[in-house]
Design a binder for this molecule. Structure first.
Ligand code: PGA
Length: 265
């Protein structure tokens, strides 16, 4: 696990965008398979990638992409769906084909079958080359809340009471707030060839400390990333504030500055 402590979210976005750019350029015409996330954490990265597309000609035309998760029960095209979020915040502003951006269908008549089929579709595409992740303050990644199997596959999950309460502000009536989602599992996420997790703010500090330095446990689902050979964590000073080894991470980044970001570690 490689930990970058950066000044702010914009500096972090450049580090993460560098990884995306390298992945996209290395894949060339065969097209990278990108793993995309929703939530606020990846948005600065998406903004930087849109800038590179517009100003530097970075093309995503050959890429395909898979989202981590989707609410169950929202009509297709609902403005709070993750399907809509990723279009509004990223893919409508770059040159990827809309049909190449895949997400679980939360309106499927059989959500469990839809979930099971999702892993097959990722596999058929050759697997994810680079997956971006945020992290919840309770250590969740995607909708893998504490208690999730560390080997879990894409499945239907019930949202925690706190997640439902957090989401209520986006909906007109409490009855409209989704209570279930289809989420990639932890085992699914671990199959990505490279993973980058980004977090900012003090509210994430405990989860980031567990992620990097805690015991691997379903209590903090993100700790499973310690078992993956190619994980980059990009955090601002506030999110890094509970890391016991922060000085070492800064020191080692300086010593390894000539090693390409794409190298396993
Ligand atoms: P955030 O959410 O990026 O909006 O902070 C991350 C998460 O809860 O997974």
């Amino acid at each position: 696990m490689e930990i970058h402590i950066v000044a702010d979210a914009d500096a972090g976005a450049k580090v993460v965008a560098d990884l995306f750019e390298r992945t996209v350029r290395d894949a060339g015409d065969s097209g990278a398979v990108l793993g995309l996330a929703t939530g606020s954490s990846p948005v600065p990265t998406y903004t930087e990638l849109i800038r590179r597309h517009r100003e530097e000609g970075l093309s995503f035309a050959a890429c395909r992409a898979f989202l981590l998760d989707e609410y169950v029960g929202l009509p297709a095209g609902h403005e709070q769906s993750y399907h809509a979020f990723i279009r509004d915040n990223f893919i409508s502003s770059i040159d990827i084909e809309d049909a190449s951006v895949i997400s679980p269908n939360g309106a499927a008549s059989d959500p469990a079958a839809e979930a099971a089929d999702y892993d097959r579709r990722i596999g058929e595409a050759g697997g994810v080359d680079l997956q971006i992740l945020g992290i919840g303050s309770n250590g969740h990644i995607a909708f893998n809340e504490p208690g999730s199997s560390l080997a879990s596959r894409t499945r239907v999950v019930g949202l925690t009471r706190s997640t439902i309460a957090d989401n209520a502000r986006y909906f007109d009536s409490p009855a409209d707030v989704p209570v279930r989602a289809i989420s990639q599992g932890l085992g699914t996420i671990l199959e990505a060839r490279r993973i980058v997790l980004t977090a900012s703010g003090e509210g994430k500090a405990a989860a980031v400390a567990q992620l990097a330095e805690g015991a691997i446990s379903a209590r903090w689902p993100a700790t499973v990333l310690q078992t993956h050979p190619a994980v980059t964590v990009v955090v601002d000073e506030a999110a890094a504030s509970q890391l016991e080894l922060a000085d070492y991470y800064r020191h080692s980044r300086a010593l390894e500055s000539d090693i390409p970001l794409s190298t396993d570690r």
